[in-house]
Design a protein around this ligand. Structure first.
Ligand SMILES: Cc1cc2nc3c(=O)[nH]c(=O)nc-3n(C[C@H](O)[C@H](O)[C@H](O)COP(=O)(O)OP(=O)(O)OC[C@H]3O[C@@H](n4cnc5c(N)ncnc54)[C@H](O)[C@@H]3O)c2cc1C
Length: 375
């Protein structure tokens, strides 16, 4: 974790929220394996986060929140990601959709969504499309004009926590242009298709949603964006992976200290190969963490540099999560890294998701590389 007082660290007056998240995370860690096994939504965890006041603290002050900094938000997601990655994933999407609707909507609609979040309603993102894949901000599905708004028939894929969502942040083409809407869950025109039998992040239940003539209300259309702004999904996803990496390093260190190799009579931790590899993972994790905190600092300055920084931060964090979990499997061996009863095995599966989620590691690299090499 970044040292207190560092400019990239959470502001000291927000420390109580970090303490709150630390306490909640300790509880969430106890049930993470059960939720993974059952692939049930960790509703109790999400309700505990809301009851703690954290959801509301993230709202802008003018809407009843505390405008909690991105530096604190990232730190909190990292703590949750280490404890229960599925909870952290759904929470990032919930906060991202809610604050996105509050900050992108007209004042009256923003007030409505802020009040809904304060009241404990749940939010999710329905952005990815089956054909669009990673390019989730460039919808391919058209919403046709009808009285009162626009009608959408189509599908959105991998909407984390959608089955318990009251409201969605959704996008579609309107007059050929991408547009965002707030959408209330509508059981008469929306169906959740249970595709989510996955390798990892199983309790995030990121299902497919089918829309059949769903009304996207004109008065819930977000006005055109005035430019790139920080957002909690872009900021949060790097920290989800960093949390998984933290948990993998903790698990591998614990096992390496405990496991005595019979031929040497010494713990695995004293093997030079492991020291080299552990140092490599640790150093890259520190660097990825420092860069992610820098990205949040940029968000707190409302800097346009935030957007490219999210790509660098996400790529670094996604890759180190996979590498840390891979090393943990090797250190754990079959008995502590490969059996289904091992927490390392779950972390290895969970670690794969970050790099697949938009923007994937490859998309991030393509954008960064293209920018670097352009004339
Ligand atoms: C755990 C999880 C939770 C999610 N939660 C949500 C959610 O709440 N809401 C939501 O809207 N979406 C969500 N998603 C969807 C996610 O953000 C992506 O949009 C989606 O996974 C992309 O589709 P795909 O995985 O089929 O990959 P594809 O986009 O088909 O990618 C397949 C391969 O092609 C590569 N690729 C694709 N496009 C390019 C490109 N332009 N340049 C270079 N390489 C490229 C990718 O890197 C990958 O290697 C979630 C996904 C996961 C895994």
């Amino acid at each position: 974790m970044i040292a207190a007082g560092h400019p990239f660290a959470p502001p000291s007056h927000e420390q109580r929220w970090i303490d709150t998240a630390t306490e909640l995370a300790a509880e969430f860690a106890k049930t993470a394996a059960e939720y993974d096994e059952s692939a049930e939504l960790p509703l109790a965890n999400l309700q505990a986060l809301h009851a703690s006041g954290l959801d509301v603290a993230l709202l802008p002050a003018e809407y009843g929140g505390e405008s909690l900094s991105y530096r604190s938000f990232g730190t909190i997601v990292r703590l949750l990601g280490a404890a229960c990655p599925s909870t952290a994933c759904i929470w990032v999407m919930h906060i991202g959709a809610a604050t996105g609707l509050v900050t992108r909507s007209t004042p009256d609609v923003a007030r409505f969504y802020a009040d809904e979040l304060i009241a404990g309603r749940r939010f999710a993102n329905a952005l990815s499309e089956p054909t669009g894949g990673n390019l989730f901000l460039m919808p391919l599905q058209h919403a046709a004009p009808v009285p009162g708004g626009y009608e959408l028939t189509g599908a959105k894929r991998f909407a984390s926590g959608c089955e318990i969502a009251d409201h969605f942040l959704i996008n579609a083409l309107v007059d050929g242009q991408p547009a965002f809407f707030g959408l209330a869950a509508d059981p008469s025109t929306m169906a959740y298709i249970p595709i989510w039998d996955t390798m990892g992040l199983r309790a995030s239940r990121s299902q497919l949603i089918e829309f059949t003539g769903t009304l996207l209300r004109a008065d819930r259309l977000c006005p055109p964006s005035t430019g790139p702004h920080p957002n909690h999904i872009g900021a949060g996803l790097a920290f989800l992976s960093l949390g998984i990496a933290d948990a993998a390093v903790t698990a591998l260190v614990a096992h390496a200290r405990k496991r005595v190799i019979p031929t040497t009579g010494k713990p695995l931790a004293e093997m030079q190969w492991l020291r080299f590899e552990a140092a490599d993972v640790h150093t890259r994790l520190e660097a990825a963490g420092m860069y992610a905190h820098h990205m949040c600092w940029l968000a707190d300055q409302n800097s346009a540099d935030f957007i490219p920084a999210t790509m660098r931060a996400k790529q670094l964090a996604n890759v180190i999560a996979v590498d840390a979990a891979q090393l943990a499997v090797r250190v754990g061996g079959a008995s502590a890294g490969y059996l289904r009863s091992s927490p390392i095995e779950r972390l290895f599966r969970d670690a794969q998701a970050g790099g697949l989620m938009a923007y994937s590691v490859e998309v991030c690299k393509d954008v960064i590389g293209a920018g670097l090499l352009a004339d």
